[in-house]
Write a new protein. Structure first.
Length: 105
């Protein structure tokens, strides 16, 4: 009877270990699935990041081009305030009047 009880005890131990191992296997499969999903998200975000970096570089290139053009022009709208613009208009009107006077005479 002692042999039978040892056998039963070992079988119960084995069953307990099998259940524990099965729990670990299920947990590992769950973690592997989550890892796969997270890897897909990382890949997707990496691609999106690459696209955004390209867009940023394009916008910076355009900005540099505009800044170079603005630096090469003598005056732009942003450089003149209201009174300077009015003064410039008056001077242009005066020059047009002088040219018109010389053409008519």
């Amino acid at each position: 009877m002692s042999e039978t009880s040892k056998y039963d005890l070992f079988m119960k131990e084995i069953e307990s270990l099998e259940k524990e191992v099965q729990g670990y296997v299920v947990g590992a499969e769950k973690v592997e699935g989550e890892k796969s999903i997270l890897q897909q998200k990382v890949d997707s975000l990496s691609k999106e990041n690459d696209v955004l970096v390209l867009k940023i570089k394009e916008l910076e290139r355009k900005l540099n081009t505009v800044e170079e053009k603005a630096a090469n022009t003598n005056f732009t709208k942003t450089n003149l305030d209201g009174s300077e613009r009015e003064n410039l208009k008056v001077q242009i009107d005066d020059l047009i009047s002088r040219i018109d006077y010389h053409i008519r005479s």
